[in-house]
Design a protein around this ligand. Structure first.
Ligand code: FAD
Ligand code: NAD
Length: 541
């Protein structure tokens, strides 16, 4: 009993003490409680959705087997265009095979960020087999390069070469095979164009594939480590710390922006002595960088690059490259030409693209393609001129659209849907033919068959009216460094241009939402967070 007394006293005195300090705390307002409740609900639904998608990917539902007796559809490439075809085509209607030397899809818009380690390369790769596994019916993937397309015999020749990674295995032979097709979709993209400029191929780093980004990342570290070598002569150090980017298109500008961020955010802290000695030069043959963007965004981008102390040289065309020097020709305001000589440590070539050899070969074998230069000529349904049932999409085509991921993806979706419609048309035609035969032979009630025939003929008419491809431009975005981006957008037909930090946030959220899978999205977010907290990883690959 005695023990209980103080407890009672405490419990009585506690409210008195609170009361003596002021009024009792007010309950949060109804609005605030609702916001909190909504926030919790959103997080809960988001987490539930993520868990569901992860579960779906880890343990996908059983697939139907490869359909028998269906037409053979070959899809060449595993890039933006081909993967869009694959996502949209109904794999129960075709015997689908994807052929590509790359067994993954690459989210190219974030590739420049991989060169400095802002994003890890695996975060923007999606295995093609996991994409195929998500289809309703099984489809096949063959890791091989297509070396020949024969549109007359309807075959493609494919070649699988064992990876030459220094430990070439004798057990994995080089294989060559000929594969027949009924329908063919060509989405092999383009290759980097050097315009035959001497030295570009030998000494330039490109930025188109994952291995290019890895090579640049390695080369950046090579230059810094060599420049820090004790006793190195100042001239060589200066050269090693000079990076030259040729091509002021989006690839060159975005890479220059990423490299600038690396210098400012990480190198400064790690090697303060070298930071002030690094030089970054961007060379562009035309009067402006980002010539495909609206004029005031070109100016904004150029001003931002200059503020970042990037030496922007416009109206300057590279003519020759040696192992350590770039020779260019600058057009002066009075029209005279001046030679520019720049010793370099790292040289990145972002001068544009041209057709792959396999596409160029088609220019010469198909008479209707004789005038093609940049890519295959296609009609309004993206069918390759001069061929039957061969479609081409993305960068390997020549049209009035820019060679962008946006165009390739829309073309791929269109061809995927078109193929579904063609399958429906063919099935309906079979049904109509069968009913007509029944009617002619009198094997069934003519009234019933006629009614059914009318129904199927209407369906056939609908399935036979194929819509032409129509491109819907959503806008263009480019990162220019210092957490700034430029955007040429189009909303409901209205053009809208902006540049700056808000646009950078828009750029990030747009690209995050465009990432191929939830896995990619989470990995990219983690990479950005990791860099924000710990900085970029400067250790070797
Ligand atoms: P790709 O995506 O290049 O795919 C081609 C596929 O074909 C690859 O899988 C390749 O391995 C395969 N292939 C190659 N040769 C053969 C062969 N012989 N046989 C079989 N398969 C073959 N566009 C935008 O719209 N927005 C952006 O922000 C953007 N950023 C970019 C950033 C960079 C660094 C780069 C390089 C490009 C960027 N682009 C962007 C452009 C965009 O990536 C391309 O337009 C797009 O990839 C074209 O898609 P595609 O399917 O035609 O070709
Ligand atoms: P590009 O063709 O857009 O630009 C190449 C630039 O290099 C041109 O401006 C050209 O004048 C210049 N050039 C060529 N030869 C030169 C020389 N000898 N000396 C100096 N300059 C020279 O190439 P890209 O930037 O690789 O882009 C390729 C395609 O991919 C484009 O369609 C582009 O729109 C798209 N892309 C888009 C984005 C984006 O939207 N953020 C990013 C990268 C690429």
């Amino acid at each position: 009993m005695r023990l209980k007394a103080p407890v009672r006293t405490m419990s009585v005195s506690a409210p008195r003490m609170t009361g003596s300090l002021g009024p009792a705390p007010r309950r949060p307002s109804r609005f605030f409680r609702n916001v909190k409740w909504l926030f919790g609900l959103t997080i809960g639904i988001g987490a539930g959705f993520c868990a569901y998608r992860i579960q779906q990917n880890r343990f996908p539902a059983a697939q139907d087997p490869v359909p028998e007796g269906k037409k053979r559809l070959l899809v060449l490439g595993s890039g933006w265009g081909s993967v869009s075809v694959l996502k949209n085509v109904d794999s129960r209607e075709y015997d689908v095979t994807v052929i590509s030397p790359r067994n993954y899809f690459l989210f190219t818009p974030l590739l420049p960020s991989c060169t400095t380690g802002c994003i890890e390369h695996r975060s923007i790769m999606e295995p093609i087999r996991s994409i195929i596994r998500g289809k309703r019916a099984q489809a096949k993937f063959v890791e091989a390069e297509v070396t020949k397309i024969d549109p007359v015999e309807r075959t493609v020749t494919i070649s699988h070469r064992a990876m030459d990674d220094g430990v070439k295995s004798e057990q994995i032979p080089d294989l060559v095979e000929e594969m027949p097709y009924d329908y063919l979709v060509i989405g092999v993209g383009s290759e980097v164009s050097t315009y035959g400029i001497p030295g570009v191929q030998e000494y330039g780093c490109y930025l188109k594939e994952i291995e290019h980004a890895q090579q640049i990342r390695k080369r950046i570290m090579d230059c810094f480590e060599a420049a820090s070598f004790p006793g190195i002569d100042p001239e060589t150090r200066k050269r090693l710390l000079t990076t030259v980017v040729v091509g002021g298109g989006p690839t060159g500008v975005e890479f220059a922006g990423e490299l600038h961020d690396f210098y400012v955010e990480d190198l400064k802290a790690l090697e303060p002595g070298l930071r002030d000695q690094v030089t970054l030069t961007l060379i562009e043959a035309l009067p402006n960088v980002l010539p495909s963007f609206s004029k005031h965004l070109c100016d904004y981008a150029e001003k931002t690059l200059l503020d970042e102390k990037i030496n922007v040289m416009t109206k300057t065309a590279v003519k020759k490259v040696t192992s350590d020097t770039i020779y260019a020709e600058k057009t002066l305001p009075d029209g005279r030409k001046e030679e520019v000589v720049i010793p370099y440590g790292l040289f990145v070539w972002a001068g544009g693209n041209s057709a792959r050899p396999i596409i160029k070969e088609l220019f010469s074998v198909i008479p209707e393609q004789a005038s093609a230069r940049r890519g295959l000529l296609v009609d309004e349904y993206l069918q390759v001129l001069g061929t039957d049932e061969v479609w081409a999409i993305g960068d390997c085509t020549s049209s009035h659209y820019a060679p962008t991921a946006q165009v390739a993806a829309q073309q791929g979706s269109y061809v995927g849907r078109l193929l579904n419609q063609i399958a429906e048309r063919d099935d309906t035609l079979d049904k109509v033919t069968m009913l007509k035969e029944q009617l002619d032979s009198g094997s069934a009630d003519p009234n019933v068959v006629s009614n059914e025939l009318r129904h199927w003929e209407r369906r056939l008419e609908k399935a036979s009216s194929l819509k032409q491809f129509q491109y819907s431009h959503q806008g263009s975005l480019a990162y220019v460094g210092s957490e700034k981006a430029v955007a040429d957008l189009s909303f409901w037909g209205n053009a809208f241009a902006s540049g700056g930090t808000w646009t950078f946030m828009f750029w990030r959220s747009a690209y995050l939402s465009m990432c191929f899978s939830l896995r990619n999205r989470l990995l990219v977010m983690l990479d950005w967070t990791k860099v924000r907290i710990f900085g970029r990883d400067v250790s070797r690959e």
